[in-house]
Design a binder for this molecule. Structure first.
Ligand SMILES: [Zn+2]
Length: 501
């Protein structure tokens, strides 16, 4: 249960991570309701009758925040191997087809359970509902997060062009029969997407402190400019976040140049999309000017190193982003393209990717930069008004308790280095979100995981049957996409080539 307002909890005997200082000194944490009231030396005074949590032998760190994931991906876990981003987009109707509202709920819940078990306390989630998001579909996703007790910002992905319409020349590369099949995947006119989003934003019944909505024009060139402008206006009108996949693959970056004569980021800037409420997912192909624009506007990048490698997109430049004052959060991306929703792994990969890019040690990101990105940085991406991502008075009581007797921590030499490089979720013992114990002794307290597994298996079987025709369509399309898109990806990525200089 959510703690009663004013009810006190004292966490005693733990060691509190200070990621900046690379220290974990003994400290007690006093919580009032859902908020940290005080952090102090062992023996901190607590009001009479306060609930006591024994944290001896445990390391406390702020809940990790997943800056980018996809609720619908969880039921499609493990369905592909040799997928580029473009093949994943081609597979989307098959692996996400014929979903009911209950499937959407189930898929979101599987992800939420995985995240809390792996020390994550909030997520920025971009669900997909075709041909258009509905208030009921969004509510089903939101309810899953509320049931598990994980905080979430839910930004439904919207577009008015299919992937095939969005990539110039791709439709022409399809045989006429195949083109007719692809025509049937056509999306709803953008005005109906905007109308549904507005309805969902106005009628949202879930507690916005825990689960709120945002707007995600999925990939800029999958949306007409009128649609992008309407999304920008809608986000402003409702004071919510805006989230988009930008410069994720080289194909995407080149198509952006072909369509706009400038980068996707420059185009979004011209449309007024950039600002502190804007989160750009991936950004592997951002150039220095793009990063400067994002930094100057106080925007965020959700850096998803696992997905970027898994889909062959490349290695994002976190140092370049930080240098230009871009706020960087860390994300896992969806289970359909980067498998697990483990933010510890994403942190480790963020560190490793920066090292793999080049041998200049002074350009590498440090473990404290990565740890701060996955907590404070992701928190800022989720919304500037939420006090998340730190264990300090006034911040929400979102705490992860790690077992220092776990091999990941034997011995404890440097807690920041070990959080990022050694921890893999294996030492997570308890997780508190807003003062409520959502994971206790490695078990989720809020939902029945065994029942969830049974429901997921039933859904998996039903969806596998229902999606046979869409799978067959994917198998006919994949060779064409697999030939056409690498052709684009092998073109030189240089802006002069596309603006006719
Ligand atoms: Zn994504």
């Amino acid at each position: 249960m959510t703690p009663r307002p004013g009810r006190s909890t004292i966490v005693r005997g733990g060691r509190l991570l200070d990621a900046r200082a690379h220290r974990a000194d003994p400290a007690d944490v006093l919580i009032t309701g859902d908020t940290i009231a005080e952090v102090g030396a062992p023996g901190l005074k607590a009001p009479a009758g306060a609930r006591v949590i024994d944290a001896r032998g445990l390391l406390l760190h702020p809940g990790l925040i997943n800056a980018h994931t996809h609720a619908h991906g969880n039921l499609a876990k493990g369905m592909g191997d040799l997928w580029t981003l473009e093949l994943l987009l081609t597979a989307a109707p098959w692996i996400g087809g014929n979903r009911t509202a209950e499937d959407r709920h189930l898929s979101a819940k599987i992800g939420a359970v995985e995240m809390v078990l792996k020390g994550c306390t909030a997520a920025y989630d971009l669900p997909l509902e075709l041909p258009v998001p509905t208030a009921a579909g969004l509510e089903a996703v939101g309810r899953a997060y509320a049931d598990v007790g994980l905080r979430a910002v839910i930004a439904p992905m919207v577009a008015d062009r299919t992937f095939f319409e969005a990539v110039p020349g791709l439709l022409d590369a399809l045989a006429p029969g195949l083109r007719k099949d692809v025509d049937r995947l056509r999306l709803a006119p953008w005005k109906s997407s905007v109308a549904n989003l507005r309805k969902a934003l106005r009628g949202w019944t879930l507690d916005r402190e825990h689960v709120r909505l945002a707007v995600a024009p999925t990939i800029p060139h999958h949306c007409s400019d009128e649609f992008l402008r309407a999304c920008v206006d809608l986000a402003k009108e409702h004071g919510v976040g805006l989230h988009s996949h930008v410069a994720e693959s080289k194909v995407q970056a080149i198509v952006g140049l072909q369509r706009y004569g400038k980068t996707q980021t420059a185009h979004l800037d011209d449309l007024g999309a950039l600002g502190p409420h804007f989160t750009l997912a991936h950004g592997v192909w951002l150039d220095a000017d793009d990063m400067k624009r994002l930094g100057d506007h106080g925007a965020s990048v959700a850096h998803n190193p696992g997905s970027n490698m898994r889909l062959g997109n490349g290695l994002g430049d976190m140092r370049g982003m930080l240098e230009r004052r871009v706020n960087v959060g860390i994300g896992t991306d969806g289970a359909n393209c980067s498998d697990n929703l483990n933010v510890y792994e994403a942190m480790r990969l963020a560190s490793l990717v920066s090292k793999a890019r080049r041998p200049d040690v002074e350009r590498w990101v440090t473990t404290e930069e990565v740890a701060l990105a996955a907590t404070e940085g992701s928190a800022r991406a989720l919304g500037t008004d939420q006090r998340l991502g730190r264990l300090a008075p006034g911040y929400k009581a979102d705490l992860v308790f790690l077992d220092l007797q776990h091999p990941n921590w034997i011995p404890l030499n440097d807690p920041t280095n070990q959080l990022v490089h050694t921890e893999d979720g294996g030492a997570v013992t308890h997780v508190m979100i807003g003062g409520r114990m959502v994971v206790e002794h490695r078990r989720v307290t809020t939902v029945d995981v065994a029942a969830l597994a049974r429901q997921a298996e039933a859904a998996r079987q039903r969806l596998a049957r229902a999606n046979v025709p869409l799978k067959a369509l994917y198998e006919r399309l994949a060779p064409v996409v697999g030939r056409y898109c690498p052709g684009l990806a092998h073109m030189p990525y240089h802006i002069d080539r596309y603006v006719g200089s």
